[in-house]
Design a protein around this ligand. Sequence first.
Ligand code: AMP
Ligand code: MG
Length: 517
Amino acid sequence: MAALNEKEFQNAFIQAFEGDDSGDRTPRQTPGKLYSRAAPTPVESPELLAWSKELATQMEIDPPSQEEVEILSGNKLTDSMQPYAACYAGHQFGNWAGQLGDGRAITLGEWSSKNGIFELQLKGAGPTAYSRHADGRAVLRSSVREYLMSEAMHHLGVPTTRALALVSTGDKVLRDMFYNGNPEYEPGAIVTRVAPSFLRFGNFELLAAQRETKKLQQLVNWTIDRYYPHLTESDRIIKWFEEVVQKTAFLMSEWQRVGFVHGVMNTDNMSILGLTIDYGPFSFLDHYDHSFTPNTTDLPGRRYAFGNQPSIGYWNLGRLANAISLLFEDTEELEKALESYEKIFWDYYYGMMGRKLGFEKVGKDEKELISRFEKVLSGIQPDITLFYRLLADLPSEATPEVIIKHLEPAFYNDLKPKEQEVLATLLTDYSKMRKNSRLSEEAIKRLMNRNNPRIILRNYLLHQAIEELEKGENKLFLRLQEAMKTPYASEGFEDLVQKRPQWAETKAGCSMLSCSS
Ligand code: AMP
Ligand code: MG
């Protein structure tokens, strides 16, 4: 174990690449640079709101002293920290956006432990060269969401960046939450984010767009050496891209498994390590709806809706392939690797859906049934989390009436007779398949309950916890922090295992969110 203010931080990224070392934080273009140095801007009166003990143990970091809370709020740096903001570019909502970059995230350095090297980043620590017209700050609301959700995703078993700490800053931050001309002051906060790397597809796109072929080659080599060290052959760039394709496909299938909607799948928000990154207007699904998007900015086209995520993953990989195509004389292999996405995704997807339904293996009959489930559930739109947990306990030999009654707690509306009939037929066929399984009923239930979470961080719960915190009360926040550590447990936290209440259906911050954070 080591203390934050004593341990020597490493700075491998900025040692390896050319950056803008001026420390100037005036918004500007920085062609050819991979980062700009940027010191965090001090805050008024930082207070530690949360500390992730599990992650700290994994990283071998001591709990923070009051002096170290100053580090977590950007008020203090140690000698070995060389803070910087990374420069990247990206496609936003399908359009090329040019240079972007860490507008309010500042990397302090790299922390090494026997469990690996982790980058530490303060999100909301003040302006950088890439803040454009914004203030570089983050509000409590969005910071609480990122802190709780990234840790929840980790405990759900979904690849993600992590959150080590959450501090309130004591400063006020002006935000127009719904972009409707009603800005208000909100309490500010900072999340300490952690990941082996925060590199995004957009870092590669930036250098390609600037025709910086040598630097692009250098960044690709660095990424492979450091994060894909098993790739050592001369064809390692293509093998690396194949792995990024595979990791992205896996991530998309995992989001489908737990019902996570990211909300802003721009290429600057796509991790090169296949992690869930940049938590903004995300949401879990309550009712099952492929067209659901939590992001108000996404409403016109629903580009980032739940059901579109896998194909957007592919589209984004296409942008990455395009960027690194500069390094290939012949792009045939690259195109082949990109095209392999579809099969890889569907293999993951059917395997994943099979486990959700308790199948030992997925063949033709199981695939057919999975498709029927998709169709029927899309029509009925039950609460998808409650539905799968109830399904695990489906009584065998049940009549249609008993089946419907058993699943009733998951329905948001009364089912029409036709819907009841279709659902009962589907579940009778499903029960038959379950009975013919080589697995025992107990083994099937265990398999299902390991793959279908019981506790998810619903938006209305986050909303309530944030409202309380803004009033200085942290009871629900602490309960959510505890509950999300055991998302598959069969009991406990009964009050959190409920459908979205009716009041939350249309309430701002519960059903729809904006990027304003
Ligand atoms: P996002 O949609 O949150 O991934 O952000 C897109 C870009 O805008 C990124 O380059 C962010 O760093 C930047 N950005 C978002 N919010 C702020 C803010 N409050 N201050 C400065 N830059 C921001
Ligand atoms: Mg982003």
